[in-house]
Design a protein around this ligand. Structure first.
Ligand SMILES: C[S@@+](CC[C@H](N)C(=O)[O-])C[C@H]1O[C@@H](n2cnc3c(N)ncnc32)[C@H](O)[C@@H]1O
Length: 249
């Protein structure tokens, strides 16, 4: 999607992100914070694409030393407004490129955000960057959906989410199965006009993420279907995967 850059998500979503995620994701946030806290083992933590601190702030409140990398100044401004948010060091930049001088015990990238990097090459560089920031016993944790196109017909899907007497919201998604990209347009039509919120992502199957990890000299240590560490199966809709430095790089 021409013009959709690393900063675009924040420009379009920073104002509404917290209200939406607090409403829809309270249980998910709680479960992810608990598992990430356990995986950190009391050590230093780096969140790639820290956003408004949905996960990072609760982790910092539990006493962990948390830092972040984030492309969007708008998202970080929201993090800074929250209690404890101004104490978390954040480096503005691309999570596939930014290099910090320190290493960490836990690096994590949640909520499908590896897919915000819209080329395979950028996703590989992100794995390599995560690996670069891991201490010898550190782990890199990634959480994404397992892509599912069962509702798509001829490479596209149109899905309504609500309709009232004078307005409606729906989403158009266009799938390119060679580039593994989906271009979304979320549209609200009201009497006084149309509001559009685009989104663009490149998806990867769990197996492709494992290969990216290998290219970054990481190996898979665990894969669960969800933050509760439930078993990952062929029917799982999502995965939480833990990678660590490979002993045989
Ligand atoms: C779905 S939000 C997730 C935010 C946060 N991790 C959470 O779970 O609430 C995606 C975030 O990725 C950020 N982002 C997108 N591309 C990025 C990039 N290349 N480097 C760093 N951050 C990026 C966006 O600005 C946004 O804050």
């Amino acid at each position: 999607m021409k013009g959709y850059e690393a900063e675009t998500f924040g420009e379009l979503n920073a104002e509404t992100y917290d209200a939406l995620t607090e409403e829809r994701m309270a249980a998910e946030t709680r479960d992810s914070v608990q598992t990430l806290f356990e995986l950190a083992g009391g050590g230093k933590v780096l969140e790639l694409a820290i956003g408004t601190g949905r996960v990072a702030i609760p982790l910092a409140k539990r006493g962990l030393a948390v830092q972040g990398i984030e492309a969007s100044e708008e998202m970080v401004a929201k993090l800074r407004e929250k209690p404890g948010g101004s104490d978390i060091p954040v480096t503005i930049g691309d999570m596939a490129e930014v290099r910090l001088t320190e290493t960490f015990d836990l690096v994590y990238l949640v909520f499908n955000t590896i897919f915000n990097l819209t080329t395979q090459d950028a996703q590989i560089r992100c794995f390599q960057n995560a690996a670069r920031h891991l201490g010898a016993n550190g782990v890199f944790v990634i959480e994404t959906v397992v892509p599912d196109f069962s509702e798509y017909v001829d490479g596209q899907r149109i899905k309504g989410s609500w309709a009232t007497l004078d307005a409606a919201r729906f989403e158009i998604a266009i799938h390119d199965r060679v580039a593994q990209t989906v271009a979304f347009q979320r549209i609200i039509i009201r009497e006084d006009g149309i509001q559009m919120t685009p989104h663009f992502m490149r998806y990867a199957w769990p197996s492709e993420l494992d290969l990216m990890a290998r290219l970054a000299s990481l190996e898979r240590r665990d894969r669960w279907a969800w933050w509760d560490r439930s078993p990952f199966t062929a029917d799982s809709k999502s995965h939480v995967t833990v990678y660590g430095p490979s002993p045989h790089p």
